[in-house]
Ligand binder design. Structure first.
Ligand SMILES: C[S@@+](CC[C@H](N)C(=O)[O-])C[C@H]1O[C@@H](n2cnc3c(N)ncnc32)[C@H](O)[C@@H]1O
Length: 279
């Protein structure tokens, strides 16, 4: 698929209009004071990956984050991970995402919790990043690579924008030993949007791009149960709690989450956290 076409497919998939309004309405329904919102309050809807904010904090612990670090979040979505690491570790974070609506809502949510001095969002493609060489100390990315076919170019771009000795810190869904994938899933309504590679291929590509592996951690088993509960909650007759990822996924949320559970249980997908160093 040509890149322009793919951008529009991605924007249709993720960027359903009115998302900001739906989130504000849900926050009001939970009784939150809109003048006192924190990154943690927003995490149920803004941490759009398996394991939610818990997985972000787990990954950050092994990543060697530090105050004042210049961090780039590739595929930053609604900015949940960016705000979490800025709030918990004192980093300055730039988020880059190809879905325009996500960038708009991420900026609005960041202003809502008064973090706009530390966290900013830009619309752009991870395969052609609008940053100079060596601009960041750390590149963070959680579950964005599944939509990106040209992994080598992605890793080369990450390598380019990292300072020497900088780290790539990621959580990614990779292809398990069984195929095909049950669809739809939260990152793809159809197969042509999902580009999963097996762990060994991914590791080779990262090495080819110039990365040295420090941590490679298969966290699939750790998060299956939690995701099962989330899927059950989405199907609950009373409906899920007001603030959640279903606000992004829309009417297919239940089916998508059930499919993630099946894909995890049947080893069609695996969840990996990793830390790599720019050699
Ligand atoms: C499942 S969401 C994860 C969002 C966020 N990382 C999180 O964990 O909350 C995947 C994100 O990757 C973004 N994405 C996919 N392909 C991209 C690309 N080529 N460049 C930038 N962002 C991309 C999508 O727009 C989407 O926001």
């Amino acid at each position: 698929m040509a890149e322009d076409n793919f951008e529009s497919t991605l924007n249709t998939h993720y960027g359903r209009k009115g998302l900001g309004d739906r989130i504000i309405a849900a926050l009001k329904e939970t009784g939150k004071d809109l003048d006192a919102i924190t990154a943690d309050d927003l995490s149920p809807v803004a941490e759009f990956h398996i394991g939610g904010q818990g997985a972000t904090l787990q990954l950050a612990q092994s990543a060697g984050m530090g105050a004042g670090m210049r961090v780039l979040d590739v595929g930053s979505g609604l900015g949940g991970p960016a705000r979490t690491i800025a709030q918990h570790y004192g980093c300055k974070v730039t988020g880059l995402d190809l879905t325009e609506e996500f960038c708009r809502v991420a900026t609005m949510l960041t202003e809502l919790c008064g973090m706009q001095e530390r966290v900013v969002f830009m619309h752009g493609n991870a395969l052609d990043m609008p940053f100079d060489d060596s601009s960041f100390d750390l590149v963070w990315t959680q579950q964005a690579g599944m939509n990106i076919e040209n992994k080598l170019r992605l890793y080369q771009e990450v390598h380019r924008v990292l300072a020497v000795g900088g780290r790539l810190v990621f959580q990614e869904v990779l292809c398990g030993p069984e195929t095909p994938l049950h669809l739809p899933v939260p990152w793809a309504s159809e197969g042509s949007m999902s580009f999963l590679r097996p762990p060994d291929v991914t590791r080779d590509l990262l090495a080819q791009a110039g990365f040295r592996e420090m941590i490679w951690h298969d966290v699939t088993a750790q998060y299956v149960d939690e995701y099962r509960k989330l899927a059950a909650q989405t199907a609950d007759p009373g409906g899920p709690p007001p603030l959640g990822i279903h606000l992004i996924l829309g009417p297919e949320a239940g089916q998508m989450r059930r499919n993630v559970v099946r894909n995890l249980e049947e080893q069609r997908i695996v969840l990996i956290q990793g830390v790599l160093k720019k050699a």
